[in-house]
Design a protein around this ligand. Structure first.
Ligand code: FE
Length: 181
């Protein structure tokens, strides 16, 4: 799949619910990308924010799911899709790691765990639960760790049913630049 195909999947997700939340998959992706763009995200962070949940949309129809809470391992499926679309290793890694960020934050903070939405708490056990101390150390050693945590924060914020944000079109240039590197 090309970057164009991934944009089309998002365009088609205007009416697809973002599991357990009050926005569509498209609105969630656009809000997450807008937060990345506003807060000085690089092309890689903006693209990864836009596409972080693409695994829910591009998985095979018979892919295993998390008891009604989306596709199991959607982060790896999404990262692989970004890689094969030529968007680069950073974009792929940021997408693949957005669930690890949740497992990291849960391991580091009880109050973070309590603040997770019910759907996000529901998927946590499918995703391996809180990180072990070893996993925490490995996560912190990842040069992308800070960017992964920023994306995670935008992901959690991007659930506002009210706001208007830039359109999908406005990100075509970002994907084209990444694919041409
Ligand atoms: Fe998300």
């Amino acid at each position: 799949m090309s970057g164009e195909d991934l944009l089309q999947l998002l365009a088609d997700a205007e009416d697809v619910g973002y599991i357990g939340e009050s926005v569509s998959q498209l609105a969630h992706a656009l809000q997450c990308a807008a937060l990345a763009a506003e807060r000085d995200g690089s092309d890689a962070l903006v693209a990864a924010s836009l596409l972080h949940d693409i695994g829910h949309l591009c998985a095979a129809a018979d892919a295993p799911t998390m008891a009604g809470l989306g596709v199991l391992d959607h982060e790896t499926i999404g990262g692989d899709a970004a890689r094969s679309a030529g968007l680069g290793e950073d974009v792929a890694s940021l997408i693949t790691s957005h669930v690890a960020a949740k497992r990291y934050l849960v391991a580091r903070s009880d109050s973070y765990r309590r603040k997770l939405s019910p759907a996000s708490q529901g998927t946590l056990e499918f995703q391996g639960g809180p990180m072990s101390p070893d996993e925490v150390r490995r996560f912190e050693a990842d040069p992308l760790a800070e960017s992964i945590l920023r994306l995670r924060a935008w992901d959690e914020e991007a659930k506002n049913p009210e706001i208007t944000v830039p359109s999908l079109e406005s990100y075509r240039g970002v994907l084209q630049r990444l694919a041409s590197v």
